[in-house]
Design a binder for this molecule. Structure first.
Ligand code: ADP
Ligand code: MG
Length: 293
């Protein structure tokens, strides 16, 4: 046996004890063969200590046989990096006004996060492969309204061929969600929107948004007001209410958009609760909002 093979069988990331791990994998076998697109959001990524447990759950899903794609951004890290350079964050209609300099910082920050996520998933044995949306030409985008937003785009097309090929090879694509236009210009796109487009293009069965609140709340300051189960019609009516605002609005839109493209179930969950990703996907809605047709 080679040294590499020995390393692979002894993961360096602390695992749940063998019994618990096996118990979780057995339970996740219900999800074997299901295509699941997961967006790991900027708010969740800000919780350093929760990265390992969250990514371990992703790895367990894959080990149980689910077909997983992870999409991530890094909005909070980007804001911090901009502040260090004395650049103000200007949000217009919920989108970040993006200068040429900001695009450059985003590429760097998202790239670093991509490497880190890939390393953690690799250590957990998930066979990840890092893909930068703007480099691998997966996310084709078109500038939205340059005068208003700068280098912000709308998704035009997701090139699924590369992703499908990797999934067939049992890899776990980890995509950092910047787009690229026909001239090779990198564009910043809301990550909920990008992830929904990827879920739709891949005909995923399930689409999960991991954030740092327990799903859609009636009162943002009170987790006990969580809406645990909604159907599409109920979600649509929330979209036009003033109950959902700021960062939650693009999530509601993303869930509706994914479902309009055939995704059967969507979830908005918190990174704060242990194993929320697994338990919510198994239908025990305790820490998030589960949306069904
Ligand atoms: P992410 O980085 O995961 O996209 P965002 O900060 O963009 O996170 O979006 C999540 C935020 O949306 C929450 O932290 C919360 O402040 C806000 N929000 C607005 N309305 C609601 C609501 N009804 N329920 C839950 N969160 C809401
Ligand atoms: Mg957001």
């Amino acid at each position: 046996m080679t040294t590499k093979a020995i390393r692979r069988s002894q993961p360096i990331v602390p695992q749940p004890c063998d019994k618990e791990r096996q118990y979780l994998i057995n339970r996740c076998k219900k999800l074997a063969g299901k295509k699941i697109v997961i967006k790991y959001g900027g708010a969740a990524l800000e919780h350093e200590d929760l990265k390992r447990p969250t990514l371990l759950d992703v790895a367990l899903l894959k080990e149980a046989g689910a077909i997983v794609v992870l999409v991530h951004g890094g909005s909070r890290h980007l804001s911090q990096e901009m502040a260090k350079k004395g650049l103000a964050v200007k949000m217009i209609n919920g989108l970040r006004n993006t200068s040429f300099e900001t695009v450059d910082i985003a590429r760097k920050v998202f790239g670093q996060l991509n490497t880190e996520i890939v390393e953690l998933l690799d250590a957990a044995g998930a066979a990840p492969i890092g893909l930068k949306g703007e480099e691998s030409d997966i996310i084709r985008a078109k500038a939205k309204d340059f005068d208003l937003y700068g280098y912000v785009g709308d998704v035009q097309k997701v090139k699924v061929e590369v992703l499908s090929k990797l999934l067939k090879q049992n890899r776990l694509p980890v995509i950092s969600g910047l787009g690229i236009d026909e001239n090779g210009q990198t564009l910043n796109i809301n990550l909920d929107t990008v992830a929904a487009a990827i879920a739709g293009a891949l005909s995923a069965e399930k689409f999960v948004l991991i954030t740092d609140v327990d799903g859609i709340l009636l009162d943002v300051t009170d987790s006990s007001t969580r809406m645990s189960l909604l159907n599409r019609e109920q979600l649509k009516s929330l979209q036009s209410s003033n109950m959902v605002a700021n960062g939650m609005l693009p999530k509601v839109e993303a869930c509706l958009s994914a479902m309009a493209q055939g995704v059967k179930e969507t979830y908005i969950i918190s990174c704060r609760q242990p194993h929320a990703l697994i338990t919510e996907l198994l239908g025990e809605t305790q820490y998030g909002t589960h949306i069904v047709w």
